[in-house]
Write a new protein. Sequence first.
Length: 175
Amino acid sequence: MRLLTEHLVAFDLRSVDLLLRCCRYNHVLRILRVVSRSADGWLYPLLVVAISVALPGHGLRFFYTVATGFALVLPLQELVKRSVKRLRPYMRDTRLQHLVIPPDAFSFPSGHTANAWLMAMLTVDFLPFLALPMLIWAMLVGVSRVALGVHYPSDVLAGAVLGGCTGLFLSGGAA
């Protein structure tokens, strides 16, 4: 098991380094910062209001579903982060740089990615025609967190599974 873990960490570090080198161009970094910032949390209330207006008969249900989703995902993220205590890539390998300030010292799982996948899944449940843009956005949030040097690919994968599965669990033919 330890050998598998060492290989995963080595793969993660190589992936972060490669992505950082590929995304070093200013215009790409600006876009990735915007994508990452879109998952800071400020966008979610705006999305809830917009969907509530777009679906007057389902707005309150969407609000409660989103609130329930975050009530489940946020404590789970913190529990796992505090249990695993995986340091961020730039803390483990000082040759790596981080291009945004992370909210805490621990990287596993990616909270930004979990939250993005939760919102994407719940939004798609209520507005299926938004599936492609929401899923692309959630994937880009994960990529941005790795490219900005604050997460490993496995952190992002774990966040996507946590948020996506929670969203699927709460979904159920709302529209």
